[in-house]
Design a protein around this ligand. Structure first.
Ligand code: ADP
Ligand code: MG
Length: 456
């Protein structure tokens, strides 16, 4: 393989991984050599090598394969002659191969689980209000011992930490009780294994394999909704394990009752145990996560200077999804290692313009007020007026509740927008709706519908 092949691969990578990723991560790579099936690249920092390997390694290998280049491993070396201003304290050149070290879920015989991510441990999980219940439940299950709630059902929107918590449970259990057979896999992988077993006429093996585990974790179970025979098999495996008092942990992007196409018997079985949700992150949690990741970066890679206020700005402006938050931070790390000086707010804004723009598509107060008026069929002028009759006051309270839930606005800010009301009025409204939601199913339904319409 030559530099030319790499040139061709790069061309395609521009489209397969996107321009932004390409510019940040692939462009700065220098092709060094290709020998014995190992393609070597020079990188500026070990962080860069790590990141490329983890996120684009497979894709790069795929491109080489398409071009007929005999590459089965990638190696990233930190340039020996890097300019001194870039991280003088960085470790000696290191190498990274594209396949992450496979920490198999258990090491004996047949591996049916998916590998666990080394970074997804309890240590690295930042706890805040939105996820404290889910975290506590996960901790409890990870302690092992007698099974207290079965299954544990974790649900929540994308990027809120479901997979992270499941891996953390698996790591913890493995440390505490290495003799346990802990299996983690996605519902998709479950289906894949099932279909494979059907095809190879190895259903007996499949069944006994899954029935022999001590702890089974199935991630993103919404995936099997509507998939008839896979659901059946899942149900049987599930029942068999529950009957044997084996712990099961399930995740999904919604509550069991909201997953369309899920068989009724499975739905009700899933609700037997403990169902906890991860709420969208709030400002404090996002800031905590950013701070923790910066600390980790410093400990693992190099010193990093960030102007005060940059992390706060990101926590304010970037969406709920922690994955997006991490993406933004990673780009800042790359930037820092390339420019070698302090990251200012301006630099952050510029390099993250696209992410910030996307996150801007957040719900606005205006939308909340308009949609609420439409929904209850009241006039905007009434919503903002001092009128206190129930048919106006209730929609107003609902709109305030939604504003608190869906925007970053403070109580005083919300009060101001609603006809210059005092912040205590907003606090009262939020409490009122919370109370009513618990007592009055109509209010609960209104709240849920409005929330969904606004978030769509
Ligand atoms: P989900 O499975 O809910 O879509 P993940 O568990 O994959 O989300 O989380 C997305 C990313 O965000 C992961 O890199 C994870 O480590 C990180 N993350 C999510 N929540 C937290 C948290 N509370 N503390 C630290 N990192 C988090
Ligand atoms: Mg996940």
């Amino acid at each position: 393989m030559t530099n030319d092949t790499w040139g061709q691969a790069r061309e395609t990578l521009q489209t397969t991984i996107g321009k932004n990723n390409f510019q940040t991560w692939i462009e700065p790579l220098t092709f060094v050599s290709c020998e014995g099936g190992v393609a070597e690249f020079g990188v500026q920092t070990s962080f860069q090598g790590d990141w490329v390997s983890r996120n684009f390694g497979d894709e790069i290998l795929r491109q080489f394969e398409k071009l007929g280049a005999p590459v089965d491993r990638l190696k990233f070396s930190v340039h020996a002659n890097r300019p001194a201003r870039v991280a003088p304290s960085a470790p000696a050149p290191e190498t990274f191969v594209s396949k992450p070290t496979r920490a198999a879920a258990f090491s004996d015989d047949t591996v049916i689980g998916a590998p666990l991510d080394k970074r997804f441990t309890f240590d690295r999980f930042v706890v805040g209000k939105p996820n404290e219940l889910a975290h506590a439940a996960a901790r409890r299950v990870a302690e092992g011992g007698p099974v207290s709630f079965n299954p544990l059902f974790l649900y929540g929107g994308v990027g809120l930490g479901k997979t992270h918590l499941m891996h953390a449970i698996a790591w913890e259990l493995q440390t505490r009780s290495p003799e346990l057979k802990v299996v983690y896999l996605s519902a998709e992988q479950f289906m894949y294994r099932f279909i494979q077993a059907l095809r190879d006429k190895q259903m007996m093996d499949f069944k006994s394999l899954f029935r022999s585990v001590d702890v089974l974790m199935v991630d993103d179970v919404q995936f099997i909704a509507g998939k008839g025979s896979t659901q059946d098999e899942f149900f049987h495996t599930f029942n068999a394990l529950i009957d044997q008092q084996k712990q099961i942990i399930i995740s999904a992007d919604r509550a069991p009752g909201e997953i369309d196409g899920l068989e009724e018997r499975i739905r009700s079985r899933l609700q037997w145990g403990l169902v906890v949700d991860l709420h969208p992150t709030d400002y404090e949690l996002r800031l905590g996560i950013l701070q923790q990741k910066v600390e980790q970066y410093r400990a693992q890679y190099q010193e990093l200077k960030i102007t005060d206020g940059v992390l706060e700005f990101l926590a304010h402006r970037i969406s709920n999804n922690v994955r997006v938050l991490e993406g933004a931070l990673t780009r800042l790390f790359a930037l820092a290692s390339l420019v070698g000086r302090e990251i200012t707010l301006e630099m952050a804004q510029e390099s993250l313009a696209d992410i910030l723009r996307q996150s801007d598509r957040k719900v606005t107060m205006d939308e909340i007020m308009r949609k609420t008026c439409d929904y209850y069929n009241v006039r905007m002028s009434d919503l903002l007026s001092p009128k206190r009759s129930r048919n106006i006051a209730r929609p107003r309270q609902m709109a305030m509740w939604l504003a608190k839930l869906l925007t970053q606005r403070s109580y005083p800010e919300i009060g101001k927008r609603f006809g210059n009301r005092d912040h205590t009025t907003v606090i009262h409204a939020v409490r009122k709706i919370d109370e009513l939601k618990a007592q009055d199913s109509q209010v609960a339904e209104d709240a849920e519908l409005l929330r969904r319409m606004l978030e769509a």
